[in-house]
Design a protein around this ligand. Structure first.
Ligand code: SF4
Ligand code: SF4
Length: 174
């Protein structure tokens, strides 16, 4: 299967939602779950090895297939996020509060943002979408030194926001 990820550099929401393992609304509302935003047939599978419950499988017999999530098996534990060299795995939690959900994503820059910081949330295309709040920053030195940042996002933007805008001086945004 070929997707035009390479030329535009990101996966569109439409492509992602067309993937057969995109979680149902019912499963999303139950609690945290991984969203695997990987659509390229490349020889890669550390995400599969990182999952403690075998919730990630491949669409072909070998590892050149596309990783697919077993949405009922996934615990939303976040262990797969740091394992992915393509930074293509996110965990969303629509059960965080009435108005807000959370997004956890890999973060490989310094300084790390501070918990409680209010920053612009940005889309896959890098466009500012809405203000978000950093609720958790986890450093996992045993997992590729990739930190995990969790932000609270208004639920209507939780499918769209995938990163934050954060200046190196840690003060604010552009
Ligand atoms: S969030 Fe945890 S349970 Fe779900 S796919 Fe990732 S490692 Fe497996
Ligand atoms: S580790 Fe990341 S890039 Fe590799 S197959 Fe899994 S999701 Fe795709």
């Amino acid at each position: 299967m070929f997707h035009d990820v390479g030329s535009k550099g990101y996966i569109s929401l439409e492509e992602l939602k067309a993937k057969e393992d995109y979680p149902t609304v019912e499963r999303l509302e139950k609690g945290p779950i991984a969203i695997i935003e990987c659509l390229q047939d490349i020889p890669c599978n550390p995400c599969q090895d990182a999952c403690p419950v075998g919730a990630i499988k491949f669409s072909q017999q070998d590892i050149t297939g596309i990783p697919l999530l077993d949405q009922e098996a996934c615990l939303g534990c976040k262990k797969c996020i740091s394992s992915c060299p393509g930074q293509a795995i996110f965990v969303v939690d629509y059960s965080f509060s009435e108005e807000l959900g959370t997004l956890t994503f890999p973060y490989e820059y310094l300084p790390l943002p501070q918990e409680g910081a209010e920053l612009p949330g940005v889309s896959r295309e890098g466009k500012e979408v809405c203000p978000v709040t950093v609720v958790k920053v986890e450093q996992r030195p045993n997992l590729n030194k990739t930190a995990l940042v969790t932000i609270a996002v208004p639920k209507e933007y939780l499918e769209i926001v995938r990163f934050i805008k954060y200046r190196r001086d840690g003060v604010s945004n552009e």
